[in-house]
Design a protein around this ligand. Structure first.
Ligand SMILES: [Fe+2]
Ligand SMILES: [Fe+2]
Length: 189
């Protein structure tokens, strides 16, 4: 059982938790990018992977400002979210439907990060650590932007998933199983 006696110590604990979360994501995002079919979604995951490396580096800088190490904690919430992401990756479904599931898993991750960075940012401000707060706020902003991009991408993907078609954005133009299934269904009607 860990013991924490001040808000400053709780801030360090939050930074360690986030550092674990970001490092878990560094392993999960390439798998999500590989599993995505729509080119825009694939690119979105790859872009967020680069941002996530910067998020981890910012946490290292924040910890250094506090004379602490960012290591030493496991974020259990992110373990669960990554497991759900793996379920989406392995989903046997038409491509657009799997993409829709991947977006759902990714947005859960972003919302968790937004909550955690928002909390840590407020702690840093209250504890009189403006430089740490500024680092956390920058990442908080990027997590919010990523969430909005995912919402924008989901519009076309959800529509394609609902039509039983591959998304317009898919990389290859070969007929997808979903498209063939939809065509066969239409032919029978
Ligand atoms: Fe992040
Ligand atoms: Fe993120």
């Amino acid at each position: 059982m860990s013991k924490i006696s001040s808000l400053s110590e709780l801030l360090v604990d939050e930074i360690k938790d986030l550092y674990s979360a970001e490092n878990q994501l560094l392993k999960a995002l390439p798998k999500m990018a590989r599993a995505a079919s729509a080119a825009g979604l694939k690119a979105g995951f790859t872009e967020h992977l680069a941002q996530t490396r910067e998020h981890a580096a910012r946490l290292e800088r924040a910890a250094r400002l506090l004379d602490e190490s960012p290591k030493g904690k496991t974020c259990h919430a992110m373990q669960g979210l990554v497991e759900e992401g793996a379920e989406a990756i392995e989903l046997e479904a038409p491509d657009a439907v799997r993409d829709a599931a991947l977006i759902g898993a990714a947005q859960r991750v972003e919302h968790y990060e937004i909550a955690a960075y928002g909390t840590a940012h407020a702690f840093a401000l209250a504890a009189g650590e403006p430089e740490v707060a500024a680092l956390l706020e920058k990442t908080l902003q990027e997590e919010g932007d990523t969430d909005k991009k995912l919402t924008a991408l989901s519009a076309a993907i959800n529509e394609a998933a609902n039509r039983g078609e591959a998304s317009d954005e898919t990389d290859d133009k070969k007929p997808r199983p979903a498209t063939r299934a939809a065509t066969a269904k239409r032919a029978k009607q």
